[in-house]
Design a protein around this ligand. Structure first.
Ligand SMILES: Nc1ncnc2c1ncn2[C@@H]1O[C@H](COP(=O)(O)OP(=O)(O)OP(=O)(O)O)[C@@H](O)[C@H]1O
Ligand SMILES: [Mg+2]
Length: 483
């Protein structure tokens, strides 16, 4: 059974018991009140009839009384009996004739005073209709004027039908009111159960999602109470989990990278060691041959090509060695603008040849930074060269430098954008991997090297989403004060 149903059931049972209890208490009290009212009313009627017959009573005018009382019985007053001071039946309405045996004597005692009344509930058979009549019998003493001695007494039978009808009506309204109360209460209980259970349900769903690894799931906070606080703590927890997972993934990536680098480093050192000497002797011998002037044109061309190949091999070995060597950063105060300018200068001839325009956008008053100038220049050069390689003839490269603060730490942002071939979204992470290249003559070292150097500077490098064609690289380096 769900929490919501259980809660609802409990509240409904409780409510029903409560409503029934209240109903019975009110019903009992109402019945008592109506009965008391009926009693007072009966006493009044009896006294009234006695008063009306006082004169004929004093004169012992039996017939006059008989006439009077026969007129006074109606639906409500079923019968009237007069007893004399000896408690003997004096005059009675015809109804009593059938029960004369029972009503021969009055029941008031010798000492009965003006405030003594006798009550009794009776069930009598109405011989005319054959129905049982419920009556309240009231006996009241009769005093003539201020005389202290009692003349006799009067007994009337008051029909309880009216009272019962009144009780029935009261009960009907009580049922209606309590029924409505119960319905409203149940409706309220259902609403309340939903209000409490729904956020809990969402929490439960959220936990399930998190347990399946969806740390992006957020639970909407719909109230400011304990449940709202729980949802908030829950969201904070999933956020922390997300951050932890990201940090772990990053650490994992770095670990793999480090392992890769270590094995490549060993391999590279081995290759360099094995290849370097034979390569140098091959290069020297080719140079000697070319200088000897003993070769014809075609032989010279072939050897020239071999020499180029060997130069390329030398470059590869050198870059590999530079990448794997764990050299310390050589930190000095530099203006980033100056380093960027040097890299641009080194590219100037190539850019001119391909008619590529380079636009610079440099914020004024950039602070100096404590960096390894040579390594950073290498980074900018690698990215500029990639941009240059990606654009068509007459393409555009955009370079911008700006300062900003994040978590009260000053940082410098370097943006290098081009309008070249662009990088598909799913390749944006792999391009930084070692040996990832899409170029026939590429090695796939440029960006891997760039990232390694930037991370050594506690900065970051990534490809930004770029509207339209082309690519945009963003490098962020903390400025020197905070390092
Ligand atoms: N500006 C750019 N526009 C389009 N693609 C790019 C750009 N920069 C990098 N790339 C992609 O990223 C890949 C990896 O670049 P990276 O510089 O690491 O290696 P490479 O340029 O191929 O070789 P090299 O080691 O000679 O630099 C490239 O092969 C290319 O596919
Ligand atoms: Mg490159």
């Amino acid at each position: 059974m769900s929490l919501q149903t259980r809660f609802m059931l409990h509240v409904i049972v409780l409510l029903t018991v409560l409503v029934l209890l209240i109903f019975f208490v009110i019903e009992l009290r109402e019945r008592d009140a109506i009965f008391e009212e009926q009693k007072s009313k009966g006493v009044l009627i009896a006294k009234n009839i006695a008063q009306l017959n006082l004169q004929p009573l004093i004169q012992w005018d039996e017939e006059g009384i008989q006439r009077n009382i026969e007129e006074q019985v109606n639906g409500e007053v079923v019968y009237v009996i007069f007893y004399n001071r000896f408690n003997n039946l004096f005059v009675a309405t015809p109804f009593i004739r059938d029960y004369e045996e029972n009503y021969r004597y009055g029941r008031l005692g010798e000492d009965a005073d003006r405030e003594t009344f006798l009550f009794e509930k009776k069930d009598l058979l109405d011989r005319d209709t054959g129905q049982i009549l419920r009556v309240l019998e009231i006996e009241v003493p009769i005093f003539a004027g201020d005389s202290p001695s009692r003349w006799g007494s009067i007994m009337i039978g008051l029909s309880l039908e009216e009272m019962r009808a009144e009780i029935r009506q009261t009960r009907f309204w009580l049922v209606v009111i309590h029924g409505i109360g119960l319905l409203v209460g149940i409706g309220g209980a259902i609403l309340l159960a939903r209000r409490i259970a729904n956020p809990l349900k969402r929490l439960a769903e959220g936990t399930e999602k998190i347990s399946k690894g969806d740390f992006y799931h957020k639970i909407p906070i719909t109230s400011q109470d304990e449940i709202g606080n729980l949802a908030q703590s829950f969201n904070e927890m999933s956020h922390q989990l997300l951050l932890t997972r990201e940090r772990m993934e990053e650490a994992h990536r770095k670990l793999i990278q480090a392992e890769k680098l270590a094995s490549i480093g060993r391999l590279a050192a081995g290759i360099a060691h094995e290849i370097r000497n034979p390569l140098t002797s091959v290069k020297l011998n080719i140079q000697k041959l070319l200088q000897s002037n003993r070769l014809d044109k075609i032989e010279e061309e072939h050897l020239g090509l071999s020499q180029k190949g060997i130069t390329q091999m030398e470059k590869f070995v050198k870059e590999l060695l530079s990448f794997t060597r764990d050299s310390e950063l050589n930190l000095e105060q530099f203006s980033i603008e100056q380093i960027v300018d040097e890299a641009v200068k080194m590219m100037a001839d190539s850019l001119e040849l391909k008619k590529v325009t380079l636009e610079k956008n440099i914020e004024e008053g950039l602070p100096q930074v404590l960096v390894d100038g040579d390594k950073l220049r290498q980074v900018f050069l690698n990215i500029l060269r990639n941009a240059y390689e990606a654009v068509e003839e007459g393409g555009k490269i955009n370079l911008s430098l700006s300062y900003f603060q994040e978590d009260s730490i000053g940082k410098i942002r370097i943006l290098i954008s081009d309008n070249g071939s662009g990088i598909p979204a799913h390749d944006r992470e792999v391009i930084f991997e070692l040996f990832y290249t899409t170029k026939s003559s590429g090695i796939g070292l440029g960006l891997a090297n760039a990232r390694k150097i930037i991370e050594e500077h506690k900065g970051s490098i990534k490809v930004r989403d770029k509207e339209g064609e082309g690519t945009s690289f963003e490098i962020i380096i903390p400025s020197e004060e905070e390092k």
